[in-house]
Design a protein around this ligand. Structure first.
Ligand code: GTP
Ligand code: ZN
Length: 378
């Protein structure tokens, strides 16, 4: 079947795939939010929305003015919980008379007054949380119900919840675009295989070590980027150690693949991760710090990893991880995990609490007692 059609003027038009159309709409809407500009979520009820962490106080005041002071702050279930309000779909807090600085406090600061005036957020606003995550923004949005033909929002980018949902399919659509050998210090032979596609993600990289036999179970590690740990040797986490130990194990097995995913801060981005580190310095653990910013415990997506494995012809793996979520995701996507092998880093004063939280609250297969004793033994 031809993928050409004609538009109303009889001009040739490429029939676009619905997922590509939705993905483009999301990327544009996300970019608008990142520029501090409003977007309109179109549905049974229309909502204008502005991202709190990119809107200046001028943008915020203009939004307040054109919505006649009917603007509200949409806080996720996680942020509501952090504020002591257990509301499963989050809350809407009226903002009439509230300054930009006070809204930011309510939206994502650690010491915020608890709102007394709020309503449960409608389900459809979850689409905006998904959009803010695609745009790597904090999930704190200023919203206002508007009429479909509201003149103040004429020309503003529009998006539907359906487009945001459909765009998610792009997460598993990647194409190989380059494959080149790069000599690495501790590895005999490594090829960097770059994939392009996805949703709001940069090109992704798989490092093929040696010549793995794809007919057998291939040792792999799926590693999410951690600039602080991988690159600069931060002591606050075990990532750098795990990256190097992962490569070492793959090499020792005679070959395999390390997939390096661009999803810093468990998918929240480096900015949010550093804000979370700031909150951790004030005593919150890694999960509570993310919740204070409005995030769930883990926003990472592994569709890219699955697409890359499939493109490399890999259907069976030995997974180098302590994180059972990664194994479950692969199994659900049709990649058989024949074995899970732990990858351990050094326990330090600075990462001991982080590792304990991963074991106790995120279900990572780490030995809590060994973590506790590791420093005593030193
Ligand atoms: N939000 C947030 N992210 C963090 C923090 N510390 C590390 N990270 C991120 O956590 C992720 C860790 O990635 P991985 O090492 O692949 O995964 P893992 O879930 O620890 O599982 P393993 O396979 O056992 O290593 C990276 O995206 C880091 O940037 C933190 O305190 N807060
Ligand atoms: Zn790290």
């Amino acid at each position: 079947m031809s993928n050409k059609a004609e538009n109303r003027n009889g001009e040739p038009m490429t029939m676009l795939d619905p997922c590509d159309v939705a993905r483009r709409a999301c990327e544009i809407a996300g970019a608008e939010l990142r520029f501090g500009r409003p977007v309109v979520l179109v549905g049974e009820q229309n909502y204008a929305a502005l991202a709190l962490d990119t809107a200046t106080s001028g943008d915020f005041d203009r939004f307040a003015q054109v919505t006649g002071g009917k603007h509200m702050l949409f806080l996720t279930a996680e942020r509501s919980h952090a504020l002591g309000l257990a509301r499963p779909k989050g809350v809407l807090v009226p903002l009439a008379g509230v300054s930009h600085a006070a809204a930011c406090e309510l939206g994502y600061r650690m010491k915020s007054p608890v709102p007394t005036n709020f309503e449960d957020a409608p389900e459809e606003l979850a689409a905006l949380t998904a959009l803010s995550s695609i745009a790597l923004l904090l999930p704190a949005l200023v919203v206002a119900r508007i009429e479909p033909d509201e003149p103040a929002f004429a020309g503003v980018t529009r998006i539907t919840a359906r487009e945001i949902a459909v765009s998610g399919e792009a997460e598993s659509r990647y194409e190989m675009m380059a494959r080149t050998e790069v000599p690495l210090r501790d590895v005999d032979k490594a090829e960097f295989v770059v994939f392009r596609g996805g949703l709001s993600q940069r090109d992704q990289v798989a490092i093929v070590v040696g010549d793995p036999d794809v007919e057998r179970s291939v040792p792999i590690r799926i590693h999410s980027s951690c600039i602080t740990g991988d690159l600069f040797g931060s002591l606050k986490c075990d990532c750098g150690d795990q990256l190097r130990e992962g490569l070492r194990l793959i090499q020792a097995r005679g070959g395999g693949v390390l997939i390096y995913l661009d999803q810093e801060g468990r998918g929240t981005g480096i900015g949010a991760k550093m804000m979370a580190y700031g909150y951790q310095a004030h005593g919150l653990d890694t999960i509570d710090a993310d919740e204070t910013l409005g995030f769930g415990p883990d926003l990472r997506r592994y569709g890219a990893a699955v697409a890359m494995l499939k493109a490399l012809g890999i259907a069976k793996v030995e997974l180098l991880t302590n994180n059972p979520t990664k194994a479950a995701f692969l199994e659900n996507a049709g990649i058989s995990v024949t074995r899970r092998t732990s990858v351990l880093g050094e326990v330090t004063n600075e990462n001991q609490a982080y590792l304990t939280t991963k074991a106790m609250r995120a279900g990572h297969q780490l030995d809590v007692r060994a973590i506790a004793q590791a420093l005593v033994a030193k």
